[in-house]
Every structure is written in C-alpha cells, then in structure tokens.
Design a protein around this ligand. Structure first.
Ligand code: ASP
Length: 584
C-alpha cells in the first residue's frame, strides 16, 4: 500500500490523477472512470488529505512521462483507496514553493516542513549529523552529554536563567556552551570528547542568530592547534561528501593580523581574490603631502584592484566614491584604460608618474582600476574590505559552488572594552596565550596573541576554538588581567579552578556551528531554513507561541513576582498577535 498525502489533484473529467506525496517524493496515481464507487470516493479528495492506495504499477505512456519526478516514468492505477484523514484547506499551498511570509510559515511550521525545500534541508541535516557521529566514533571520540541546567558559562553573552523551586531565590543558567564541562572531561581522563549539543545565549538577536543553536562541540587532550586542524579537516570532507562536494585539504591558514590587513575582516571570503595591498612606501617620500603626512604619523595607504573594470564607468566609480564619502570615508581611484592611458582622482600636483608607479606597484594592468584609502591601518582595510565584498557580489565573483576554507589563527588574547574600561577575553577566559607572547601579559597585554583559531568558509565563521590554559596559576593571572577578582572567579568558576589543580592534561578544542554549516550546504542564506522549529529574530516561537505567561500558582511555587503587569495581561493569542512581523 502506498501511504501519503494528496499533493495535487488533477480532475480531467473522465480521468482523475492524484499526485501523492511522502518523504521520498511524489508519485502519480490514477483512477479508472469505470469503477464508479471508487471514482466517487476519489472525487472527495482534496490537498493534504492523508490516503492509502493499492493498485497496479504501470509504465506511463511515452507522452505522459514526467522527467521532473523521480517516479515520473510510472504511475499507479488504483484498485483500492482508503481516506485515512481529511485536512482543512492549508493557509498556503504545500504543493508548490510559492513565496509565503515567513511569519505564516513559522506559525504553520508543520505545513512548511512538508514542502520539498524544508524536507530536503532537514533530511540533509540528519545526514550531516549522522556523518559527524560516524566520523568521531571512528576516531575514538566519546559523545558525552553535559548538563542543560547548570551554572553560568563563560562565553560572554547573557544567560537564560531557570529559577529553582526547591532553592528559593536561586537559579540555574542554561549553558552558553559546554565549555567548562568539556574541559573537566579532559581532567577526568576522557581524552576525546564530542557532543552535538544545544547552546543558549540571550543576546539581542542580530539577523540570523538563534537564542538556542546547535554546535558540534569537540575537546581533545594533549592537543596543539595542529592536532585540532588535522582532526577537523577530514571531518569537513565527510560533511561535504553529503552533498557530493570534494573538499581539498589541508586548508589555508592565515594569521588574524594578515586577515585584517589583507581583507579587512577576521572572516575573509577568499573566493574573489582581490587582496588589499599596502602601498605606504610609495607615499613615504612622495609629493602628495596629505598621504605623506598620514604615513609619517603612523598611518598607511592601502589599495584594492578591480581586475575587470570594464563595467566601471566614470559615473559608477563616482557613485562608489560618493557612497563612501557619505559615510565619512575618503576614497581615491586610479585607472589604466584598455589603451594604457592613465586617469585618476589624485590631485594634479601628485603627478602622473606617481600614479603610474602606484598602478605598477599594485600590478594593475590595462583595463584595471584601483581604489585607494589612507588612514589608520585597520580602518583603511575595513573600508576596502567592505568595498571588496560589495564589488565581488555585484560582479558575481562569489560562486556558491566554490568552497574556500580558511583557518584564521593567532587571534588577539584580549580586547579592550571601552565601556567597562577593562580587557575582555576575545575568545573566552580559558584560552591560552601563545607561548612566545607570555611575556607580553606583563608589558603590553593588548598585544598578546592567543592559541585561538576560527574556521572560516566563504566569509562565514563556521567554528572557533582554542588551546586552553591548563595551569591554575596562569588561569589566575588571566583572571586578574580581565579584572575578575579572585573572589568573583571563585564564585563563578570555583569548581573548575579546583579541578584544574588535580592533574590537568594540556588540552584544546573547537565548536563548529551546525546550523550555519547546514545552511551553507543547502545554499540557504538563513539558518532558520535548516532548523525544524526556529525562533523569530525577536526570540519567539510563533507556532507554540513561546515564551508565554504562566499561572500565578507556578510563579508562587518558584517564589517569583512579576514586575510588568501589562505584559501578563496580554495573554495568549493577543501576545502572539503583537509579535507577528518579527521575522527579519
Ligand atoms: N566554547 C567555545 C564556543 O562556544 C568553543 C571552544 O572554545 O571550543 O565558542
């Protein structure tokens, strides 16, 4: 018996065709007009009814073969039909991919999930998870669950809190990551840990973040960065094999400093090439006073070459320059036309010879165009980096079928927080400094680099990790740099600091963002398309309408009083109605 949903009904008077759908796809079934009782029953069928049919499989006639369907060469001539359930008319058609507002899709997620696109995405996500588990099992990793009701963890976001009924006034935090637990598992001798786990971060959601998301969380004892890289690269090969893509290893590596200088980003998209080049030496002694002074004051001059500038008319270039100007950034350009003649927006006084030298130095040949910015080094690269990406997008240089992996390494250990006027950990406070930068912790902590790395794919950070501090004294030193008092450290991480003192092996790890990886594999720009039940950008589940008010009895049991009465009165549907249109 073939079981499934009525996908489409085609009533041709004498003949009645039904496309039946199940997880595997669509099959055409046909009813014979001569069987009147059967035909009468079949006429009742509407989209999304659940049916079972038995019958005879026959080849379709040559003209009726449907090459779009896997099963398009055959059809089932129905002998028996069972209507297992009826369905209301769905709020949007399941059978085709007509665009539907995302709010409606999320409210009726079960219908959305029936559509082929999400079916495929979810099936593919399962295959990825299965491949991940197979890979780590084969490499001697143990999948170990860590608690969901736990203590605040150190990723630097806001915690989701869960009040304790039995301990009035006390709270669990949902884990922002299993960071401390996986490190403790190394102390516990588990050696190689993996977990496909949920993490919870109560952040003001930027587009495409989710309050709960899934990580492939990994930790290894006796690991150096290289140990992690050589374990993760073949994993990526296995993951991409799911979509039939062969990934070349080893991946490129680039220091954080280089990534910022050459691409203006710590997650550069390497597909378009177009490295930012530093040309300050040309202007150190030049006749161009403005640039000369910027360089003398410790600034720099950087440039970007558009290799195929045919599409960049004078007015298009002016448009780009004006766009930057409106953001307070001053962009100059120089061009070598197809016939070799040179034009530029440099002041006349600079002279054509300098502009020619500039283009020569940049390797910009005929038909090429350079954009140039002077100023503080990181800022110049940031400006050019954004320009680079917008040019790449516009010129179609971001081929979705090319996968450029990159390890960005040697991140700064610390970041200055101007609001709090103190250093914060760039990765997290358990990250080890580079051996050669230990001395800098005393002299210039802001310049110390960390054994921290990110895995970047086509401009998205798909993972990040570090080698950890395994020495209690170094850990205390780190806390003092972060202005965390010994008392505060004891309160927040005391259990972990104590564990560190019982023979901690050197260790390190990484966490990979499963949602983002699945979105890239499915060629989706939003991770919501690869999560079965995602929340909106304002952290609401439109299907179950969570979060929602609770009974006062529950609050009393938890010893909680609510301070915002208006919200409590906006119960149920009203509260939900307010939230529709919250998807970014
Ligand atoms: N816990 C880190 C994170 O969630 C990853 C790691 O350091 O392994 O970003």
């Amino acid at each position: 018996m073939l079981l499934g949903w009525v996908h489409r009904v085609r009533d041709l008077g004498g003949l009645l065709f039904i496309d039946m759908r199940d997880r595997e796809g669509v099959t055409q079934v046909v009813f014979d007009k001569d069987d009147e009782p059967l035909m009468a029953k079949a006429k009742r069928l509407r989209s999304e009814f659940v049916i079972g049919v038995t019958g005879r499989v026959q080849r379709r006639s040559q003209e009726t073969i449907n090459p779009k369907l896997d099963t398009g060469e055959v059809e089932v001539v129905v002998r028996q039909l069972a209507i297992l359930n009826e369905a209301k008319t769905p709020p949007f058609p399941v059978a085709d991919e007509t665009p539907v507002s995302e709010d409606v899709r999320l409210k009726y997620r079960y219908l959305d999930l029936r559509r082929p696109r999400l079916q495929q995405n979810i099936i593919q996500r399962h295959r990825v998870m299965a491949a991940v588990r197979r890979y780590f099992d084969a490499n001697g990793f143990l999948e170990i669950e860590t608690p969901i009701l736990t203590k605040s963890t150190p990723e630097g976001a806001r915690d989701y809190l869960v009040p304790s009924r039995v301990h009035p006034g006390e709270f669990f935090a949902l884990p922002q990551s299993p960071q401390l637990f996986k490190q403790i598992l190394m102390i516990a001798g588990m050696d190689r840990y993996v977990q496909i786990c949920k993490c919870f971060r109560d952040e003001d959601l930027r587009a495409d973040r989710q309050p709960e998301f899934t990580q492939i969380d990994v930790e290894m004892s006796f690991a150096r960065p290289e140990t992690i890289f050589t374990m993760i690269e073949p994993l990526m090969r296995e993951i991409f094999a799911v979509i039939g893509v062969e990934v070349a290893t080893p991946f490129r590596r680039m220091s954080y400093a280089d990534a910022i200088a050459k691409y203006g980003s710590d997650k550069p998209d390497l597909r378009p090439g177009m490295e930012i080049q530093d040309v300050r030496d040309l202007f150190r002694e030049s006749s161009f006073g403005v640039f000369k002074k910027i360089v003398a004051d410790g600034g720099t001059v950087r440039a970007l070459v558009v290799e195929n500038a045919a599409g960049y008319s004078r007015s298009a270039v002016d448009g780009i320059v004006n766009q930057e100007k409106s953001q307070g950034r001053h962009l100059l350009w120089a061009r070598r036309a197809e016939d070799g003649s040179i034009t530029s927006s440099f002041p006349k006084a600079v002279g054509e010879e300098t502009v020619r030298q500039l283009l020569d130095g940049l390797g910009a040949g005929n038909g090429q165009l350079a954009f140039v910015v002077a100023g503080e080094p990181d800022a110049t690269s940031k400006t050019l980096g954004q320009l680079r990406l917008s040019i790449a997008k516009k010129d179609g240089l971001l081929d979705p079928n090319r996968y450029e992996f990159l390890w960005v390494v040697d991140f700064p250990l610390l970041e200055w927080d101007p609001e709090e006027k103190r250093y914060v950990a760039m990765h997290h406070p358990f990250t080890s400094p580079l051996d050669e930068d230990f001395g800098k912790l005393d002299t210039e902590p802001g310049a110390a680099r960390a054994k921290a790395y990110d895995l970047v794919l086509n401009g998205s950070e798909i993972g990040g990790g570090s080698i950890r501090i395994h020495d209690a004294a170094v850990q205390s030193r780190m806390f003092s740099l972060l202005n965390i008092s010994p008392e505060e450290a004891r309160l927040r991480f005391g259990f972990f600091l104590e564990a560190l003192e019982y023979g901690t092996p050197p260790h390190g790890g990484i966490a990979l963002g499963l949602d983002r990886i699945c979105a890239i594999l499915a060629n989706e720009s939003s991770i919501r398309e690869v999560i079965a039940f995602p929340k909106t950008a304002t952290a609401v589940d439109l299907m179950s309408s969570a979060p929602s008010p609770v009974e006062s009895k529950q609050l009393r049991e938890l010893h909680l009083k609510i301070d915002t009465p208006q919200r409590i009165s906006a119960r149920g549907q009203e509260a939900v109605a307010d939230r529709v249109s919250t998807v970014e």
